[in-house]
Design a protein around this ligand. Sequence first.
Ligand code: 6PG
Length: 239
Amino acid sequence: MGDTVAVFPTLEELSHAAARAVVAAAGAAIAQRGRFTLVLAGGRTPKALYQLLAGDYRAQIDWSKVYLFWGDERYVPHNDPQSNTRMAREALIGHVPVPAEQVFPMETGYGNPETAARAYESALSAAFRGARPDFDLVLLGMGADGHTASLFPGTGAERVQDRWVIPVRANVAPPLRLSLTLPLLTGARQALFLVTGEDKRSVLQAVLTDAQAGERYPAALVHAAGHAHWYVDAAANPL
Ligand code: 6PG
């Protein structure tokens, strides 16, 4: 399937490698297409990467040509500590000169999350001139239950093919989410998973070795351009 797995002793070393991968993807995309469209992951794992991109690696990216999107969002206000937008703003966006009009958070101020999902689809359509988004790089995490973005097992979210963005009600806190759908994740040029922690090892083993894992674990279904790259720390490494 073309997946690759790189194992790092620590989160810090994993994050440096991921920063180098983002820098490389940005340089290639900007050289070839004049811009770099990057989808940010939420949760805890990518925070160290974002801080490195805003720090050690800041000068290696032409931020004037970067477009930032989110793979999913918790349906809470952006100033909520659980907000993926808040985490990325604090760790990255507030420290780099990316033009505000090139940052596309998933808005969560609508009364109905379905309205919010439709609004994000419109924002994506405008950013990609009406075509289905073909992101240059999608950053993703994986939960211990095998979810990725907010495509949670048991919700059917991973089977949605006719939408770009959907609301999802998950059995985790906070339950209401917005998520890019599988067609958008697999339609990207590159997908990079960042997975750490012993609690993910058994699911990761299934995802990486069981051809049927996608029936249980949505993370196993993401193969951008035919493959996925996995950056894994020693604690999560099943191989
Ligand atoms: C979210 C994420 C989610 C995350 C995984 C892993 O909103 O929580 O987008 O898919 O990537 O749950 O989260 P950790 O990095 O915190 O383990």
